[in-house]
Ligand binder design. Structure first.
Ligand code: AMP
Length: 299
């Protein structure tokens, strides 16, 4: 089944202890759609400026990602810059230039409106809700968010939560949203706000999945070399939603598998800067690592 993603397409400037890239291809929708494309047909909605190079679009086109929803606006493409500390667990944003993303009107093309699986990547909750209102056959919608929206647009975010099936948050966001320190309690509290399933990402410590009557804790895939954690969260989302859209199965057992596929996709992303590592792999590499991961978890 097809999968729709709405989010940012960006230039990223990233510095980690392993190196530095300037104006690399980034953005939540880019990472998400690339990872999801190993599993299913992906439809992307986002905005770029006239400065976005053809070679970056080609990266997505090669994966058959449908870019009919990628608007080209007058102005500059969204630009994000960040630096990671020695442990790579802490990220500091150096600058965010919203540029054309500031006025992004998430119009969903007519041909995309019947998509059953929807991922609302990080963006304003008002824009995210507007996307939902345009969908005609939605079966499963999951949203991502960030501190900024939790702090500055809490009522709008609370409204969105009533209309989505799942939410993906990191540990810090879960605590900020609920005021609770314990992540399991926070996850349950977020479920009471609306979403049937809650995924709490814990970076190198893996992810928690909470649903009605089920709970799952997945570790991160162990890697010796992590070059750039940027995009890990979005690739996690892409792998998870891609697998769910491919199988069309939302049972607890399959949701758990989807979390493991998301973890595997994120593990490839962080092995190199930008989308470089993802561009070197095929679906069979994802499956091989998935099998190794499952084997590793068996006692
Ligand atoms: P992640 O590491 O998964 O949290 O995602 C990093 C990606 O999100 C980068 O490629 C950025 O371009 C993009 N990004 C950073 N800040 C924002 C924002 N405020 N809105 C949308 N996308 C963003």
């Amino acid at each position: 089944m097809a999968l729709l993603v709405v989010g940012s397409v960006a230039f990223d400037c990233v510095e980690t202890p392993h190196g530095k890239v300037d104006d690399a291809m980034g953005g939540s929708a880019s990472y998400f759609s690339y990872a999801a494309s190993y599993f299913t047909r992906v439809r992307l909605v986002g905005v770029i400026g006239k400065d976005f190079p053809e070679k970056y679009k080609e990266v997505l086109r090669k994966r058959n990602i449908d870019m009919a929803g990628l608007q080209v606006a007058n102005g500059k493409t969204f630009r994000w810059s960040g630096v990671y500390d020695k442990t790579m667990n802490e990220r500091t944003t150096r600058s965010v230039e919203l540029n054309v993303f500031a006025d992004f009107d998430a119009r969903i093309p007519e041909s995309f409106r019947d998509t059953e699986y929807v991922f609302l990547a990080n963006g304003s909750p008002v824009m995210q809700k507007r996307v939902l209102e345009q969908m005609t056959r939605m079966k499963f919608a999951v949203a991502d968010t960030m501190n900024h929206w939790i702090q500055d647009q809490r009522p709008q975010l609370m409204e969105l939560l009533k209309h989505i099936d799942g939410i993906v948050v990191n540990d810090e966001e879960a605590r900020l949203l609920t005021g609770l320190t314990n992540l399991i309690s926070a996850g349950h509290a977020i479920r009471k706000m609306g979403p049937k399933i809650v995924i709490v990402k814990k970076g190198e410590h893996g992810a928690l999945l909470l649903g009605d009557g089920f709970f799952f804790a997945a570790p991160a895939y162990p890697l010796e070399t992590v070059k750039d954690p940027t995009g890990a969260g979005d690739s996690f989302g892409g792998g998870m939603m891609g697998y769910l859209a491919e199988t069309g199965d939302l049972s607890p057992a399959n949701l758990k598998k989807a979390v493991l596929y998301g973890t595997v996709c994120a593990s490839f992303t962080v092995e190199d800067f930008s989308l470089d590592r993802l561009q070197q792999i095929e679906r069979r590499d994802v499956d091989t690592r998935y099998r190794e991961f499952v084997e590793m978890l068996r006692v």
